[in-house]
Design a protein around this ligand. Structure first.
Ligand code: NAD
Length: 572
């Protein structure tokens, strides 16, 4: 259950009369309260008669929303229903999401958001962000000025090339920035009007979409040349011009080649980060730090095998190296603990030139090539396997049993999304290791009972990390989101996993606690950022937690018209 908002949070809710009247108030999702408008508000604001006479407070409205929510059998229908609520009554939407966060997260984010993206053309109703196309070069700033809000603080941008593990969905990728920014508000309390989802539509190489008459994006092959780079450069500059240097830009679901390039290009000069690389890294490293508390084997004694060597795996491996170095290993010693397997087998120094990108080369082993994951596992005997290649079933029964043969408590992270792409299910992980696996996944799995013991699989959801990091950046004016920031966020997250959680097999706090987790991470990141000279807000708040919570969004309705003073009887 989310923390109740504090009085100071509610202080920030808009007070006084709205700038519009009558039905226009109810058409504005920021102002609409539905049947919760008081009689006096209805009379003064010109709403009287536009609503049935009953008054329903927000708690009853939440109950009613949930009754409707449960009526749908299909997750996509639930997604459409809650998104319509967001378009109708924003405070009620966020109240529902924060109160029923475990139920709502798989609907507004993975795995359902993947389904929603695939059908985005069918479910698109009204703008909830900006579409900037490759043909808008030279005019990107004008488009940003079409967005009606002046104090945007967080942008999530995608070019739709690698949506979850679903590949190129072009303009349909918009579901991802929309969903991620909903989480910024629901989990970290960033105000919704300060969040702006953006899709850079540079075409798509998805043939099905190109031939679909209902496709809502540009019907052309994906632009990959200098024009692409010019568009992204112009976009970055236009954001700074419109919203300032401290507007956070989160890159989301870009294809592998662009993701690394753009991260390297912009990381020092813009307030930006790539969630698929850096956010994933932090959440996975947090899970590993918690896992070693269960296995009893120190981090420096682990051996890691990654299935996949893309954004997620390389990002995790890079941050793991930092974590290992912090615990005393040299850089080379840390790198030697990590093996990576891509579609062509183990990444080794002697693979033919050109076959390994610079990022992969960093983790190339001095070994003879090994072709399959099964062989790599059998030869390397890792303590931890991490899957992020979107190859379903890659962690076969044979691999899981082998892991259980040479580890007392094997660590198995099947991170590929959505659920259909997972390397193994939670049930397989626990069953084939006789309940000894320490398991986490990218998409949620239900609890599993093996040998009479019930395990709660952890979900290595990036949502544990990016809202808190983003909140700290926004509140404390952190403009350079460094690797150290992500390592601090990871460490803080792992510290929030209690002994009770560990005893249930959890390596992350339960999702029900995720709002408090985000706030704690924001506090930890801001404390570190001030120490490291990265936070520019002055004077430095003494009480970081108070500074952060005071700025969080409040889901309670504002009183637009104060209630009439009730005179004591006989004195009117
Ligand atoms: P990516 O495209 O950057 O990388 C995929 C990698 O898989 C590439 O290195 C590719 O060579 C490799 N690969 C493809 N086929 C393979 C095979 N048969 N065997 C071995 N390797 C193979 O994608 P990414 O951003 O790294 O994401 C990968 C998966 O991880 C996706 O499903 C994504 O949803 C998931 N992911 C999960 C989380 C999370 O759980 N928090 C976060 C980010 C990404």
């Amino acid at each position: 259950m989310a923390d109740a908002p504090t009085a100071s949070q509610c202080e920030q809710a808009p007070r006084g009369r709205p700038h519009v009247r009558g039905i226009d108030i109810m058409r504005d999702p920021n102002l609409n309260k539905g049947l919760a408008f008081s009689l006096r508000e209805r009379q003064v604001l010109g709403l009287h008669g536009l609503l049935p006479p009953a008054l329903l407070d927000q708690d009853h409205q939440v109950f009613q929303v949930m009754q409707n929510f449960y009526r749908w059998n299909d997750d996509l229908d639930r997604y459409i229903y809650v998104m319509a609520l967001q378009d109708r009554n924003e405070k009620l939407f966020y109240k529902v999401v924060t109160q029923y966060v475990e139920l709502m997260m798989p609907v507004i984010y993975t795995p359902t958001v993947g389904l929603a993206c695939q059908k985005y053309g069918m479910i698109f109703r009204k703008p909830r962000g900006l579409f900037i196309t490759i043909h808008d070069r030279g005019h990107v700033s004008d488009i940003l000025y079409n967005w009606p809000v002046d104090d945007v603080k967080a942008i999530v941008v995608t070019d739709g090339e690698r949506i979850l593990g679903l590949g190129d969905l072009g303009a349909y990728g918009m579901g991802i920035p929309v969903g991620k920014l909903s989480l910024y508000t629901a989990l970290a309390g960033v105000k919704p009007h300060q969040c702006l989802p953006i899709t850079l539509d540079v075409g798509t190489d998805n043939q099905t979409l190109l031939t679909d008459p209902l496709y809502i994006g540009l019907k052309q092959k994906r632009e990959r040349g200098p024009a692409y780079d010019d568009l992204v450069d112009e976009f970055m500059e236009a954001v700074v011009e419109r919203y300032g240097k401290n507007c956070l830009i989160q890159f989301e679901d870009f294809g592998n080649a662009n993701a690394f390039r753009l991260l390297d290009k912009y990381r020092g000069s813009y307030c930006s980060f790539n969630d698929d690389i850096q956010g994933t890294a932090a959440v996975a490293v947090a899970g590993i730090l918690a896992s070693v508390k269960i296995t009893g084997k120190a981090l420096v004694d682990q051996k890691f095998v990654f299935q996949g060597a893309g954004e997620a795996s390389i990002g995790i491996a890079m941050l793991l190296v930092k974590a290992l170095q912090k615990q005393g290993l040299s850089h080379d010693e840390a790198v030697s603990k990590i093996c990576m397997v891509d579609s062509r087998g183990l990444i080794t120094k002697n693979r033919p030139k050109g076959g390994v990108t610079a990022h992969k080369a960093h983790f190339a082993q001095v070994r003879d090539p090994i072709d399959t994951l099964e062989e790599v596992v059998a030869i390397v005997k890792p303590t931890c396997i991490i899957g992020a290649a979107a190859v379903p079933g890659a962690f076969s029964e044979q691999i899981l049993k082998a892991m259980a043969d040479f580890n007392d408590r094997p660590i198995v992270f099947a991170l590929s999304n959505p659920t259909s792409k997972a390397e193994c299910t939670a049930e397989q992980a626990y069953t084939f290791t006789n309940g000894r696996a320490v398991f986490a996944s990218g998409s949620p799995f239900k609890a599993v009972t093996v040998g009479g013991q019930t395990f709660q699989p952890g979900q290595g959801n990036n949502a544990y990390i990016f809202p808190g990091v983003g909140l700290a950046a926004i509140v404390c004016d952190i403009r350079n989101i460094t690797e150290e920031i992500f390592l601090h966020a990871a460490e803080r997250l792992s510290e929030l996993v209690t002994k009770e959680h560990l005893s249930e097999g959890r390596v992350y706090p339960p999702l029900s606690a995720i709002r408090e987790v985000s706030t704690s991470i924001a506090v930890a990141v801001s404390e570190f950022a001030y120490k490291a000279g990265l936070a520019l807000l002055q004077p430095e708040p003494k009480d970081k937690r108070a500074a952060i919570t005071e700025r969080q969004y409040c889901t309670e309705y504002a009183d637009f018209v104060p209630p009439v003073w009730d005179w004591p009887a006989g004195q009117s």
